[in-house]
Design a protein around this ligand. Structure first.
Ligand code: DC
Length: 206
């Protein structure tokens, strides 16, 4: 079974997806980490072929065997990730890997295009949003940076993610949209876990 969680940066996707996966006993898939790893590889070598990279996701993120868990969170990588994510060849290579992973077992997968492109038949699709100000405030609190600077960068990336031709950030028509502004993330997790449990029960009795 697959729970797809999409939405813009800072909407709470990672926190919610990780906690929901834990509560359900599902495996968590952070697809953004894949685009970040490609970005890091391209920063080091602009010719890096996304198909040839060995990317391992788990407690740590490995690029060709090297632990890049912290390196892929650097602001420069964040910026380049949104650029490489607009490249159709990069997207095709990542989507193929993501589909192969989620083909077996139970997953909570988080990204921008899980419910629309990677797995349009996901049993549960959630689109998490929050106001731009709230999302920037959360990111700033996590990173210790100024809210205004985070907000400006975030708007540039959001615009790029929404405007790109290849798999733009958008809610699937059958996704449940949850605005997390002012909501506790625990409440959001509880709601998703309840819905996933309902779908799981419905499937097992079908
Ligand atoms: O969620 P994140 O900030 O780690 O994602 C990094 C970048 O990758 C961001 O610009 C959006 C992009 N991305 C994407 O285009 N599709 C996904 N499924 C996941 C992330």
């Amino acid at each position: 079974m697959l729970v797809a969680i999409d939405g813009p940066a800072g909407a709470g996707k990672s926190t919610v997806a990780r906690a929901a996966a834990d509560a359900l006993g599902f495996t968590y898939l952070d697809t953004g980490a894949m685009y970040r790893t490609v970005a890091l590889a391209r920063l080091r070598d602009p010719q890096a072929d996304p198909q040839a990279l060995e990317i391992e996701l788990g407690d740590r993120v490995l690029l060709d065997g090297e632990d890049v868990t912290d390196a892929i969170r650097a602001p420069q990588v964040t910026e380049v990730a949104s650029q490489v994510a607009a490249d159709p060849a990069v997207r095709a290579a990542m989507v193929t890997r993501q589909r192969a992973l989620i083909a077996g077992g139970d997953w909570v997968a988080e990204g921008r295009d899980i419910g629309t492109v990677v797995a349009p038949d996901a049993e549960l699709k959630v689109f998490l949003t929050a106001t731009a100000q709230e999302r920037a405030r959360r990111r700033a609190a996590q990173t210790g940076r100024a809210v205004d600077a985070v907000l400006a960068e975030q708007e540039r990336r959001d615009d790029r993610d929404r405007a790109r031709e290849a798999s733009p950030l958008l809610a699937a028509p059958d996704a449940l949209t949850v605005d997390t502004t002012g909501l506790s993330l625990q409440d959001v997790v509880a709601q998703i876990v309840r819905l996933a449990d309902e779908r799981r029960t419905a499937e097992s009795t079908r």
